[in-house]
Ligand binder design. Structure first.
Ligand code: XUL
Length: 536
């Protein structure tokens, strides 16, 4: 770029539906995001046959993705960055964020292939033989209920497992996924030399060797002893035989996994950049939103909706719904995840043949509280609370009324987030929002009113990808022996955009305060008796 000595840092976000790359420039106290590129899997890589980035079984319970697609996306993205004129030789360090919980199964051939990647040929054509399982189960999968029951019993019940690992057993968490694979396909498991999370797999592709897993993403496995930040021998034994030798090491989030492999240097013109251990998308979003200290909440409105915040303690959610993860800044983060995020908003948009501007106009034209109409937006099996394919619940809501259904889905999501974030921060006065839907001012207004809190937005649209770039900067300084405190690392990157958020409006706040207990009671009755009649 203009000044060749200005260091650049690159962050990726390998999410459910797309790969994002964010490039930042740091010159003393001057910080700039110089590029953000997004590659949507379905559009850019149609040969993999995914719909919204995944393959879904007819019953909706088994959800996987082809890991070769993520690799092809990384290759294509490096080409795009080079073609956009970014001087890749100036990139000092690279890190990444990835969808959490998903697992990639590699054969014994993988290590040799990754060491010897040929810069003369595209990556996809070289990695065919590295997988011992062609599909990677991802976080939307909910087919492993039996394995969850086994793990819970072996580890002393849901409370004990949550105190050990930060979460009770969840279908999408990696322990249940590995156990299901090892019991249903023992030969495939036997052929598996290493099991990576999406984050450590992508990092391995970049550095040409097995990369470690950071505590932020390792805490999404049910396999890590959260307070020790190491694999729990008891959890490993309860999951599958001989698992320890198949898992990568757990290392600090700021550890250097290696240097960028020569494939990337020779094919795209990168230098020998430091490869910083990747983390999960939510832990990286925590950093990208500047949520280093407790007391503020973050909300990510993506394929999943998540609500999270930094915490000092590893105490699990007393209601058993949320998770405690390691924070990539050290300490912990608490998080609640909803599967019915953009998937539910898109279902409503499509059901009434709307585009996003029309969806937003209908939201703006309907009153807060929706005249008492409610929707519990369980379009796909829900994680919080765990509900299996029940379908959306409408109360006092005519299914043919487009405007009120639009408001109802957004309000239902915001009420669920409020309800299930009280254990993280009972009365946060500020919320920082990211994710595709965070550009929508009307959705932010509903959040502000439901939470009775100011909602702020930061400038770069993807906080996870930005967080990864910022983590690369932090780790690079640390490795140079010139560490910076986190407040200085994020300064200038995560400042809220003036005028881009929303402030709570007293009348709407009162309407939602009245609605919240009704919503909570309704959810409660539906969970305790799935066949309970729906009140009119
Ligand atoms: C978090 C979770 C999702 C994925 C989405 O527990 O399952 O937010 O990380 O990418």
């Amino acid at each position: 770029m203009d000044n060749p000595s200005v260091p650049l840092y690159l962050g990726f976000d390998s999410s459910t539906q797309s790969l994002t790359a964010t490039v930042i420039e740091v010159e003393g106290r001057l910080r700039r995001v110089i590029a953000e590129e997004v590659l949507v899997f379905d559009d850019a890589l149609p040969a993999f046959g995914t719909l919204r980035g995944v393959h879904t079984s007819p019953d909706g319970r088994t959800v996987t993705a082809p890991p070769g697609m993520w690799v092809a996306a990384l290759d294509a993205m490096a080409g795009r960055l080079r073609d956009a004129g970014i001087d890749l030789a100036q990139v000092r360090a690279i890190s990444g964020a990835a969808q959490q919980h998903g697992s990639v199964y590699l054969s014994a051939a993988a290590a040799g292939v990754l060491r010897g990647l040929d810069p003369g040929r595209p990556l996809a054509s070289q990695i065919d033989g590295i997988f011992s399982r062609q599909e990677a189960p991802v976080w939307l999968d909910c087919s492993t209920t039996a394995a969850c029951a086994d793990l819970t019993a072996a580890l002393g019940g849901p409370g004990a497992l949550a105190r050990l690992s930060g979460s009770r057993a969840y279908e999408r968490f990696t322990a249940a996924q590995i156990r299901t694979f090892a019991t249903t396909d023992p030969d495939g498991y036997e052929r598996t030399a290493s099991i990576h999370l999406v984050s450590s797999f992508m990092a391995s592709i970049l550095c040409g060797q097995d990369a470690p897993i950071d505590p932020g993403d390792a805490s999404g496995t049910n396999l890590m002893d959260l307070s020790r930040r190491e694999w729990s021998a008891r959890a490993l034994d309860a999951t599958a035989p001989d698992l320890a030798r198949r898992l990568p090491a757990i290392r600090d989030s700021w550890s250097i996994a290696g240097r960028l492999a020569s494939y990337w240097q020779q094919r795209f013109g990168f230098g020998p950049a430091r490869l910083v251990t990747w983390s999960g998308d939510n832990p990286c979003a925590l950093i990208g939103l500047g949520l280093i200290d407790a007391a503020q909440l973050g909300v990510s409105l993506g394929t999943s909706d998540t609500v999270f915040g930094a915490t000092a303690s590893a105490d699990p959610d007393p209601q058993g719904a949320g998770h405690v993860f390691g924070s990539p800044a050290g300490g912990y983060m608490a998080l609640t995840c909803f599967a019915n995020g953009s998937l539910a908003r898109e279902r409503v948009r499509d059901a009434y043949d709307l585009d996003w501007p029309a969806f937003t106009r209908l939201l703006a034209d309907t009153p807060p509280g929706n005249g008492g109409a409610l929707m519990i937006p369980w379009f796909v099996p829900e994680i919080t609370p765990t509900v299996d394919g029940r379908g959306p619940i409408r109360v006092g809501l005519d299914a043919t009324d487009a405007a009120r259904n639009v408001r109802a889905v957004v309000e239902g999501q915001a009420l669920a987030m409020r309800l299930h974030s009280r254990w993280i921060a009972p009365s946060a006065k500020q919320i920082r929002a990211t994710g595709g839907a965070a550009v929508n001012q009307e959705i932010l207004q509903v959040l502000a009113d439901v939470f009775d809190a100011e909602v702020l937005r930061i400038a770069p649209p993807n906080a996870a990808s930005l967080g990864a770039a910022v983590r690369a900067f932090h780790a690079d300084r640390q490795s140079d022996g010139a560490p910076l405190p986190w407040s200085e690392v994020v300064a200038g990157f995560t400042d809220p955009v003036a005028g881009a958020g929303a402030r709570p409006r007293p009348e709407a706040v009162a309407a939602y305060a009245a609605l919240l207990p009704r919503y909570a009671d309704l959810v409660e009755s539906l969970i305790s008796d799935p066949r309970s009649p729906i009140p009119e």
